[in-house]
Design a protein around this ligand. Structure first.
Ligand code: ACO
Length: 285
């Protein structure tokens, strides 16, 4: 309170503060966590310890409907932020794999994507996705592209080192299976692959390597075959092309939780809070 007054944050009095060290205040959240996890063999004592952890307490406030979303991670690893969300918030209907997307904004004048805007996924959560998980990443990224990146018609490319069978490898087969699953399970998706990045982005290359594809040469939503590719890919574009990289936006949770980098700045926190608020509005529709 003293710090808030010093910074002239006069509205702080309207915020509800739950102190994790106040045993009485956290009791009901400990009970909620116990209910959620008792089938996993936890005790009430374990549940109390978890409810005192701010990462879990925040998720429990969201789960109980007392908060609309959580923003965390300025002082915690991505893994710890994700684990609390997975255990408490759980996934949205029809999704079992949560993933992390970045909204990428290329410098003005870029001929690629939707006026230089892309969604890249998964860049944060699933180290070695299965074909089914890749298909879920695609459908979640499609939603992120529409709801947060204002891309009216996401064109989703499932990336690989092969285009339409040009190479043979188990990793290629996995992406081909993911494309088939995505087309079968989510017929509303405009998705295609497997394709190399140049075929996804460049019209001439796309038409030559994947003739007739509704996505090749026009992709604005890129699904990477592994977390290594996605995490390295977004950082390459951010650094070498000087693109803005906003995220990771966690997609596929039933209520929003978002992760910050430990190197974040105040503006990053404000931006992530804004994204979380928009996700909360969409989740309640
Ligand atoms: N979606 C939904 N639920 C999941 C997912 C997922 N992607 N992954 C795990 N879970 C669930 C499990 O089903 C399990 O649920 P249960 O306990 O109710 O049965 C629970 O989460 C814990 O599962 P574990 O397999 O024990 O999870 P683990 O602790 O091994 O790891 C984690 C999960 C933390 C997400 C791990 O996969 C990870 O570390 N991912 C990479 C995170 C990272 O470092 N990203 C890169 C940095 S971010 C950046 O640079 C932007």
């Amino acid at each position: 309170m003293a710090k808030a007054n010093e910074l002239n944050l006069t509205h702080i009095g309207e915020a509800r503060i739950v102190n994790p060290n106040d045993d009485n205040a956290i009791q009901k959240y400990a009970e909620l966590f116990y209910e959620l996890r008792k089938a996993k063999g936890i005790t009430m004592e374990d549940a109390k310890k978890k409810a005192k952890d701010p990462l879990y307490l925040g998720c429990l406030l969201v789960k109980s409907g007392e908060a609309d979303g959580q923003v965390a991670g300025a002082a915690n690893s991505t893994g710890n932020v994700l684990r609390a969300a997975f255990q408490v918030i759980k996934t949205a209907p029809g999704i079992s794999a949560v993933s992390g997307a970045f909204i990428m904004q290329l410098p003005e004048g870029s001929p690629y994507g939707h006026n230089g805007i892309f969604v890249f996924a998964d860049c944060a959560a699933i180290p070695a996705p299965t074909a089914s998980e890749l298909a879920q990443i695609a459908v979640s990224a499609n939603r992120t592209a529409k709801q947060l990146a204002c891309i009216p018609e996401p064109k989703v490319a499932m990336l690989s080192f092969s285009t339409k069978g040009s190479a043979k490898h188990d990793n290629v087969t996995k992406v081909q299976e993911a494309v088939a699953l995505a087309k079968e399970n989510y017929p509303e998706l405009l998705v295609d692959g497997e394709m190399q990045l140049d075929a996804a982005l460049d019209m001439t290359t796309g038409q030559s390597k994947a003739p007739g594809s509704p996505v090749a040469g026009q992709a604005n939503t890129l699904i990477f075959p592994s977390l290594e590719a996605g995490n390295i890919g977004y950082k390459l574009v951010q650094r070498l092309a000087r693109a803005g990289a906003y995220g990771p936006v966690l997609q596929g949770l039933s209520m929003p939780v978002n992760d910050l980098s430990r190197g974040c700045f105040a503006e990053d926190i404000v931006g992530t809070v804004a994204i979380t608020a928009v996700q909360a509005q969409n989740a309640s529709k």
